[in-house]
Design a protein around this ligand. Structure first.
Ligand code: IFM
Length: 519
């Protein structure tokens, strides 16, 4: 009975999906006004925006992640993930929110892909839920899970869009956490098995793969600080988890390539350009340690088979569980380098103290730095400045940051092909009756316009950036913040799943069609 109903819902959506997208009429009255760009510190001039343009074959895209959008948390044989366990534990997530339904994209994917098509998108970065494929994290694949993603990939290709698969975006099968989680190095092998299954079944159609989304964030927030599942707060566990992930990245790279000769494997790292607080040698060295630990730790593990100089002590190999020969396992010369940009950091040396003082966490993009938690190994203090305007999530907007980050990675890694795998901002604008139901999110348009002007400048200066993915296609489940943040270029009414493309989405669609920002 339940199954019949589900089939009915899916079939109905496949044919009539578009009807659920409320297409707002042309923009009516203007949205709230904001100070002219020139008056905002860090803002990019109107002339620079007007001059910016992108290459003809630039891949405009949008990104999502399975746990944040799919819902259907125990459908078709899916197992429990650590995030399912976390959201079902009282007191962990704002508003007591769960992702049991989220955007229900498990059923609504045809409609979501139709939005991508309508907005002229060329690339769709999505993730696959490991517990849909292997409910406990090991063993035989669940055919229904594979079939689901096979249908998604077909629909993406049918829309003329490149499917970009993130293999892991944080939803570890709970069964593997029960075996010790990422600090257990056996997970590297299990992860490679899982990645190999995906490449074997989907690698005829997916050619672009990133093994991990933001490996520093989920190992640090989950094992070093404990604000994400599994909620541990131990520096040793963090180092061990990070090392297993480096091994897993290398193993998965080879497993994917072995199963699919077309595979091009890269990354989806979280990065923030780090500026030293003062010109002192100490602060400059601290900013370099930040860059090594938070930006390129996993990148160097892949490219060179070694970790960068992130520590003020000799690299703590024993603590991380490093074994002879691990350099060869970690090494995986990526075909391209992908990273996100949201905001920047000002970094200073934390001195001899292991406890440099209280800081704050603003979500997944900043390290938790609460008093007593900072480790004695990296000994830097990273703060998010507030010179530029803040988003509703409290992140500072600094368009120039993407220029500095992209040109640095380009320079330091010998001009690789780069993909921006995520960038975006949370604003809570909602459909406005007096503007015919439009979502007038002018601040998001300004955010992207100025940031993209700086990205165009980096390309002009020689960086080989081939893609940009806006986070996110949809408002969705924002981890420990539940539904209190809205990063979407499409508004989702979580009461009835109605999607309304925001003004920023319509604007971004015109940018994708014209390769210019004055769209
Ligand atoms: O929603 C997250 C995403 O899962 C990872 N990168 C940052 C986004 C916004 O916080």
């Amino acid at each position: 009975m339940g199954m019949n109903r589900r089939r009915f819902v899916a079939a109905t959506l496949a044919t009539a999906g578009a009807a659920l997208v409320k297409a707002p009429p042309a923009a009516a009255a203007s949205s709230p006004t904001y100070p002219p760009a020139q008056e905002v510190p860090g803002a990019v001039s109107a002339e620079a925006v007007a001059a910016a343009h992108f290459p003809e074959d630039f891949l405009w895209g949008m990104a999502t992640a399975a746990f944040q959008v799919e819902g259907a948390w125990r459908e078709d044989g899916k197992g429990e993930s650590i995030w399912d366990r976390f959201v079902h534990t009282t007191g962990k997530v704002k508003g007591a929110a769960t992702a049991d339904m989220a955007c229900d994209s498990y059923h609504f994917y045809p409609q979501d892909i139709a939005i991508l098509k309508q907005l002229n998108q060329k690339s769709f970065r999505f993730s696959i839920s490991w517990p849909r494929i292997q409910p406990d994290g090991t063993g035989a694949a669940n055919q229904k899970g594979l079939d689901h993603y096979s249908r998604v990939v077909d629909a993406v290709l049918e829309a003329g869009i490149r499917p970009f698969c993130t293999v892991y975006h944080w939803d570890l099968p709970q069964g593997l956490e029960d075996r010790g989680g990422w600090p257990n190095r056996d997970l590297a092998g299990y992860f490679a098995d899982y990645a190999g299954i995906l490449a074997k079944h989907l690698g005829d159609r997916i050619t672009v793969w990133a093994p991990f989304n933001m490996p520093w964030s989920f190992t640090w927030m989950g094992y070093g600080v404990g604000v994400f599942p599994p909620g541990r707060a131990s520096y040793r566990d963090f180092l061990r988890a990070a090392h297993t992930v480096s091994l897993a990245q290398g193993e998965a790279f080879r497993a994917i390539k072995a199963a699919s000769s077309k595979a091009l494997v890269g990354s989806a790292y979280g990065m923030a350009p780090a500026y030293p607080k003062t010109g002192s040698a100490e602060d400059r060295a601290a900013a370099d340690r930040y860059h090594a630990m938070n930006n390129v730790y996993f990148l160097d593990a892949a490219m060179y088979g070694r970790y960068p100089d992130a520590f003020v002590v000799p690299t703590p190999y024993e603590l991380m569980g490093y074994r002879a020969g691990d350099d060869k396992i970690m090494r995986a010369p990526l075909d391209w380098i992908g990273f996100h940009y949201y905001t920047r950091r000002i970094v200073s040396d934390a001195g001899g103290s292991a406890h440099p003082g209280a800081g704050a966490s603003f979500g997944t993009e900043i390290e938790e730095d609460t008093a007593g938690r900072r480790d004695p190994y990296t000994r830097f203090h990273a703060a998010m400045p507030t010179e530029g305007p803040l988003t509703d999530a409290g992140l500072e907007i600094w368009p120039r940051g993407i220029y500095d980050l992209v040109t640095r990675i380009s320079r330091e890694y010998n001009h690789p092909i780069i993909e921006i795998t995520e960038s975006g901002c949370s604003y809570l604008d909602s459909p406005y009756e007096k503007e015919n139901g439009h979502v007038p999110d002018q601040r998001r348009i300004a955010f992207f316009r100025e940031e993209l002007a700086e990205l165009a400048r980096a390309i002009q200066d020689g960086a080989r950036v081939r893609a940009f993915h806006a986070w996110s296609l949809l408002d969705n489940f924002e981890w420990a913040d539940g539904y209190a943040e809205r990063y979407g270029l499409t508004y989702v009414d979580f009461r009835d799943q109605q999607r309304t493309i925001k003004d920023s989405g319509l604007w971004y669609g015109r940018v994708a069609a014209s390769n210019r920002l004055e769209a």
